[in-house]
Ligand binder design. Structure first.
Ligand SMILES: Cc1cc2nc3c(=O)[nH]c(=O)nc-3n(C[C@H](O)[C@H](O)[C@H](O)COP(=O)(O)OP(=O)(O)OC[C@H]3O[C@@H](n4cnc5c(N)ncnc54)[C@H](O)[C@@H]3O)c2cc1C
Length: 379
């Protein structure tokens, strides 16, 4: 598997997937045929997470090829991400509580042998060890495998989900505060209360095409329980009336200025903001740090080729915030840093997010009903 850090490569991947594999997506998407055989899914998440290509672009491309009904499953998956993001935006304490719990648990487990064996791929579960190594080698796992991995971590190895979510964030090229934290919470049974995801031997055998056998798992564990409840914090995701001639800050989630809703505005200068491990609660692997910095560099080159004045700066170098707007970084490490340092920035919100997040107050089942309405706003 190869994720080249460039928009051109991301667009090739998108085109290739839509032309050759999208037609079979709903039938084959649940199979993990192994890292050398990934054409049944798009493998676009490392690019979508960083805004190198947008959900809108992906959906538009798919609809140019097939009708909505033929594409429905794929579009739903693309918008799962948007839904998780909106869900977390309305309940940002889920993220901050997660980090607080993680800090405590990390200390408790730092010498725990079961935990160390899990992250080194040295358990007695062969498939789990293979996935640990695959994650570190390729910085990607198939969706079904993420579910199995998280389930085994929580219910068979009996490790805290918070540490598993950290392990994923450290190594995934697509690591995202919303999809990852809520994905792990969902498997554990604390996202949809009382409903957990239990991996089973037959399911793993079937959907890995018999690559793994003789898998001994705890297939009867009860869901995890959390006392915490989160009510919605009402927020306005409003853009300023008149977007004036100011500087623009772009964080690591919007690395294609040329396709944003704000591409036609004149900004004095564009600052691409990088964020070092020392300012993050979850330290990323060297490969993930490198991937992010190459994507930022690629955006810088493309802006310079269009004669747009731009510069890469570290998040700690943001000095005054009155003379700038920022493309909204969403709940996660960058926003945490800005809040911690009292940086009051006027954020610019994407139309897709503004349109979608209003429907994230309930479950995805409800959100799904609004998908035709959401996509009709940009198709
Ligand atoms: C425990 C767990 C942790 C996860 N952590 C992350 C994460 O950190 N970042 C991340 O982007 N996704 C995460 N996911 C969701 C999903 O596994 C990946 O988005 C997907 O595997 C990416 O592969 P793909 O691009 O080939 O997906 P495709 O199947 O080709 O789907 C197309 C796009 O839809 C979106 N998508 C698909 N499935 C999901 C889903 N279940 N939830 C949210 N978005 C989805 C992604 O943007 C993806 O690129 C997690 C899922 C689980 C169960």
């Amino acid at each position: 598997m190869n994720f080249e850090p460039s928009r051109a490569k991301a667009l090739n991947k998108l085109n290739d997937f839509v032309e050759n594999n999208l037609s079979e997506y709903s039938k084959l998407r649940n199979f993990d045929f192994g890292p050398e055989n990934r054409s049944n899914v798009s493998c676009l998440s490392p690019y979508i997470t960083h805004g190198v290509i947008s959900e809108k672009e992906v959906i538009e491309k798919s609809l140019n090829k097939f009708s909505f009904s033929k594409n429905e499953k794929f579009i739903q998956e693309v918008l799962w991400r948007t839904y998780w993001k909106g869900w977390l935006e309305l309940r940002p304490n889920v993220w901050s509580d997660y980090l607080t719990e993680l800090n405590k648990i990390r200390e408790e487990f730092k010498s725990n042998q079961k935990y160390l064996d899990a992250i080194e791929g040295k358990t007695n579960i062969e498939c789990f060890n293979a996935w640990t190594n695959e994650l570190k080698a390729n910085n990607y796992l198939h969706n079904h495998t993420r579910m199995w991995f998280a389930s085994i971590w929580i219910f068979t190895l009996e490790l805290p989900w918070q540490l598993g979510a950290e392990f994923f964030m450290r190594h995934l090229f697509d690591g995202d505060a919303a999809s990852n934290t809520l994905g792990w919470r969902w498997v554990a049974g604390v996202q949809t209360r009382g409903k957990h995801y239990l991996a089973s031997e037959w399911n793993i055998k079937k959907f890995t095409n018999n690559r793994f056998n003789n898998i001994k798992l705890n297939e009867n564990a009860p869901p995890k329980v959390s006392e915490k409840t989160y009510s919605i914090i009402k927020q306005d995701f409003n853009n300023p009336q008149n977007i004036e001639d100011k500087n623009l800050l772009i964080f690591e989630n919007n690395l294609s200025f040329e396709i944003t809703d704000f591409q036609n505005y004149k900004f004095k200068k564009v600052y691409l903001i990088s964020n070092k491990n020392e300012n993050r609660s979850i330290k990323l692997s060297e490969k993930v740090v490198k991937f992010k910095s190459l994507l930022i560099e690629n955006q810088e080159q493309r802006l310079k080729a269009k004669s747009i004045d731009c510069e890469v700066i570290d998040i700690s170098e943001i000095k005054t915030t009155e003379d700038c707007y920022g493309l909204y970084p969403t709940v996660g490490e960058n926003l945490d840093y800005l809040n911690l340092n009292n940086s009051k920035i006027d954020f610019l919100y994407r139309k897709l997010d503004k349109n979608s997040w209003q429907y994230c107050n309930k479950g995805f089942f409800n959100f799904k009903n609004f998908i035709p309405k959401i996509i009709s706003s940009f198709i």
